[in-house]
Design a protein around this ligand. Structure first.
Ligand code: ADP
Ligand code: MG
Length: 475
């Protein structure tokens, strides 16, 4: 932007260049852009947070000397983190951090196991009897970008994934961490990136592995005393995809070995792709130094798909299978299954199956039955307060009466029903339910549940109460 920022920075660079190794200079200083100079503060733009952390960790003194020479004793260096943005300008990747704001995590020594010069390669995937020269990527070619439909819920993750696939190891999305709830497409996207890389760069060694299998391999290698071979094998990979890293929680040994492998790969410009069901901040029992590595690159969340995306996912499956289905059925399914793409797929496949095998017309009725099967375990949890309100309304009493000590028969029944439904619809303990419904103890709640069960099978009128309230609570 301003020529002064650039000239100041150029002078700094020539000083820095004289003081560090050529390769380090190329790696860490060439990508930096000077963007702004105000008074005694120089803003430089770095391509990732990782870059910023690295500079702070290794070159802060050198930078300080260089800049002080140029701008005097009050010189300040400020970073702008700008991710490489080849994805159009939809993504606001810029973030600003003051240079005196040292990373919260204490810098860690990066020690990388020395590469064994002439090892006998041991591939954990080796199939007995077959000499393994090539590392099989373990990718599922059915998971592609083409059939990973884009929506607001996954746009960032999907486009960053594509950027990674176009330039593995060459973007600041390294590691690239995809996180989000179950069934939202993390595994699919991770495979898609690998498949795409294999297509574009057939010579690259890509490996997909679940954290669980990785852990198992590691444990085996320790047992068989082949830990070094294990590490060495993973150091050969150009693109390492580890699925469900939350599985490493609490497994210190595996985390440790992964930490070494990760550092080695990262330092050598190899790409690491991770998935997790949690954001790094929420990962429990994962070592801090590993977590801080996860944060070096980009963490992209996959959210629950919106309605439009759900409809297109359904239509895509129908199209793939060459099946026609009325729009109102598709809409019904998309409206009622919201939180999980796997369930969405399950429901539509089940409908396709029912209609083709039984030659049954797909009706809304059938769709309802199928959807119910898929959503019954994800029914939203109703609160005990809400249950008390519904039950009180139904019997036209107020909640205080329901909670009171009165032993009038209809109030007692209402109270027992509230307890019964609280047990049925919530995960609260009997004691907890009792304390919320008029400070009763757990035995009272247990008794209430039994009484309701008995009355339902003997008293028609009472059964109708239960059915009515059940319906209201399920709406
Ligand atoms: P996760 O690993 O997050 O639990 P998966 O990747 O296994 O989820 O996805 C569950 C299913 O949903 C897979 O069959 C996947 O193909 C499908 N799926 C998820 N997201 C999409 C999407 N955006 N487009 C098409 N299919 C998707
Ligand atoms: Mg998965």
């Amino acid at each position: 932007m301003s020529t002064t920022a650039q000239s100041v920075w150029e002078n700094c660079l020539s000083f820095i260049k004289d003081n560090i190794q050529d390769q380090a200079y190329k790696t860490w200083f060439e990508p930096i852009r000077a963007v702004e100079l105000t008074d005694n503060a120089l803003y430089i733009q770095v391509p990732s947070k990782f870059f910023y952390e690295w500079l702070e960790e290794h070159y802060v003194k050198l930078l300080k000397v260089a800049l002080t020479k140029e701008l005097g004793p009050n010189a300040k260096l400020l970073y702008k983190i700008k991710m490489e943005n080849k994805l159009g300008n939809k993504l606001p990747f810029t973030e600003q951090l003051p240079s005196n704001n040292r990373p919260a995590v204490k810098p860690q020594e990066i020690d990388v196991p020395i590469q064994n010069k002439n090892p006998e390669l041991k591939n954990p995937f080796v199939i007995p009897g077959i000499r393994n020269v090539k590392i099989e990527s373990q990718l599922n070619s059915n998971y592609s970008f083409d059939n990973f439909l884009e929506g607001d819920s996954n746009r960032l993750a999907r486009s960053a994934g594509m950027a990674v696939a176009n330039k593995p190891g060459g973007t600041s999305f390294n590691p690239f961490l995809i996180f989000g709830g179950v069934g939202l497409g993390k595994t699919h996207l991770a495979h898609a990136i690998g498949v795409e890389i294999k297509e574009k760069f057939p010579e690259k060694t890509v490996l997909y592995i679940s954290a669980e299998v990785f852990t198992q391999q590691y444990i085996d290698s320790v047992k068989k005393n082949t830990r070094n071979d294990f590490i060495h094998f993973y150091q050969l990979i150009d693109v390492l995809i580890i699925d469900d890293v939350q599985f490493l929680s609490g497994k210190a040994g595996t985390q440790d070995v992964f930490f070494h492998i990760f550092n080695y790969l990262h330092q050598n410009g190899k790409q690491v792709i991770l998935t997790s069901d949690k954001a790094p901040v929420d990962m429990q029992d994962i070592e801090q130094r590993l977590l801080s590595r996860f944060k070096w690159g980009l963490s992209a969340e996959i959210h629950q798909p919106d309605y439009e995306t759900r409809v297109s996912i359904l239509k895509n499956i129908l199209y793939r299978d060459g099946v026609q289905m009325p729009d109102d059925i598709i809409e019904y399914v998309a409206k009622n299954i919201k939180s999980n793409v796997r369930e969405l797929e399950g429901a539509i496949i089940s409908l396709i199956a029912q209609s083709s095998f039984n030659h049954r017309e797909v009706t809304i009725e059938l769709a309802k039955q199928v959807v119910e099967k898929f959503v019954k375990n994800v029914k939203r949890e109703v609160s005990i307060d809400y249950i008390q309100k519904i039950v009180s309304d139904y019997f036209q009493i107020d909640v205080e009466t329901l909670q009171s000590k009165t032993r009038k028969r209809d109030v007692v029944q209402a109270r027992q029903l509230a307890m019964f439904f609280a047990k049925k619809f919530t995960k609260a303990s009997l004691a907890n339910i009792g304390s919320q419904i008029g400070s009763r103890d757990h035995a009272t709640v247990l008794h209430a549940c039994k009484t309701v069960d008995n009355l339902v099978s003997t008293d028609k009128q009472f059964k109708k109460y239960v059915d009515d309230i059940h319906k209201k609570l399920s709406l």
